[in-house]
Design a protein around this ligand. Sequence first.
Ligand SMILES: [Zn+2]
Length: 490
Amino acid sequence: MLSVNKVQTGPSFKSLQNCKAIKMIPNITCACCGQKVINPESADKAWAAVTKPISSVLKKGDFNQWKDFPKIMAVLKSFSERFAGASLDRIIATSDNYLELRDAVFSDVTELGIKDSREPDPHMIAKKQIYYLQNASRNSLRSSSVVMERFEIFKDKLHGCKKEIFEQFQIYAKKYPRKSLSEIINMDDIYKFHAMKNILQRAESREKLDYHFSNIKEMILQKRPELSEKTDELKEQALEIYAHGNDTQMHLAKMKKLYEEVLKENGIENLKWKVFDELEKIPKTFTTVDSFMVYAKKHNFSDGAIISSLITPSMSSYEHIIPKSAEGEDKYSNGLVLCRECNQNRASIPYSEYIDYHPEMAFNTQKQINMISEFILAGKLPPEFDFYPVKTAKTLYYHSGGKICINVEPYCKKALEKSIKKLNEKSEELNIAKTSRDSSIKKKLNLQNEIKNVEQDIEDLNDKVKTLISETKYEQVLQTSIESYLKKRE
Ligand SMILES: [Zn+2]
C-alpha cells in the first residue's frame, strides 16, 4: 500500500507549471504529427460554459455515485458553498482546489480500500476517480446548439474524421437545436441512417482487404506454390495487427516486417517491394462518421463523452522525450508538446525507433522548437526557458541516436545578440551609477545597492553567455563574438 506521502510528493507541481507555459503558446503544433493542438485552458473555458454549476449538479444528484465517499462529498459540498455558480471543471482548474480534491479522493480511496482489477496503484485509482468526477460534472450539458457554438473554436484543430463528425453534429444541431447531443444520436431515424451506412462501409472494406491479401497470395504462390498455407497464416497475422492499430504508420510497418521475414526465409526477397505496394493500398483503419454514431449510441455515450472523444485526441500534452520508465527526468528540457493521440501512440517507444515509422517527426519537431524559440526571444516565456531549445535539442539528439538533429544555431545567435545588448546596457547603467556624485547619504546607500544589483546582473548575463557558448556546437562563431564584445568593454 502506498503512503499518503507519496501522493503529496507526486508529480512535481513546479514542473507541471513549467510545462504549462509551453503548452499555452497559441497555435503551437504537435512535435510528431505537426497538427495544431488545443490548449487545456481554452478547453476548460469551453467546458465551463456548457457544464452546469456545481450547486445544481449536486442537487440533481449527478455525483450520487460518490455518496459513500465521505471526504469527497465534504469537499464537493464545500466547493459548492464557496463557488456555487462555477462548474467542477472550472473549480479544479485552480491548483489549490485541485490539490484539496486530490487529497480527499486519495484518502477515501485508501481508507475505503477501493480495488481496481487492472490498476493496483491507489494513486492511479484516485486519478481515475477525479477523471470520473470531471466527467460527471460535464455530463449535464445544455442543448446541442449551445454546445456546438461553444466548441466551434476547436473545429480546425480536430484530427482526421473527428472534424467530419463535428460537422455532422453541427448540421443536426441546426435541425434540432433544443435536443442534447446524446438525445440526437438516440433518435430512431438518425441511428438507422448511420447504422445502414456503417454496414455498407464495413462490407466494402472487408471486400477490399480480401482483394489486396489475395493479390499478395497470388504473387507469392507464383514463385513458391508450396507456400499456400503459409500465406493464409500470414494474412491472419497481418489482419490481427491491422485490427488492433490506431497508429497506421506503425502497424503498416509491422505488417511489412512480417512479410519481409517470411519472403527472406524462402529466398524470394525480391518480391518485397511488390508486396509492400499492395499493403500500402489497404484502406486505413480510420473511424468514420457513421461508425462513430453507431458506437456512441451502443455504448450509451453521454454529451460529455461525445464532445470529449472529439476534442481529447487534439489536446496538448507535455511528453517526456526520455520516458519516465527509462529514468527520464521531470524537467522541461526533457519535454515536447505532443497531441494526446501521438502521445498515446508513442507510449514508451524510444524516439530512435519511433522516428523510423514517423519520419515527418524531424520536420515537425524543428517547427515546434522554432515556435518556442521565437516566443523566448520575444520575452514571452520566463527566463528559465532561455536554454530550452539548446538543451532539448541535445536530449533529442542523444535519445534518438543522432536521428533527430534540431538546428538551434539561429536561436543561439539571436539569444546571444540579445544578451550582449543587455550586457552593454547594464554596463552603461553601472558606469553612470559609479560616476554619479551625489552627496546625500541616503542616495549613496541606494546607489551602492544599485551598483551591487547591476554587478550581479552582469555576472548572471556573463554566465548565460558562457553557457550558451558551451551548450552549442557553434562555439567558434560565438567565441569570436564574445571576445570582440569583451574587448570593446575593456
Ligand atoms: Zn500529434
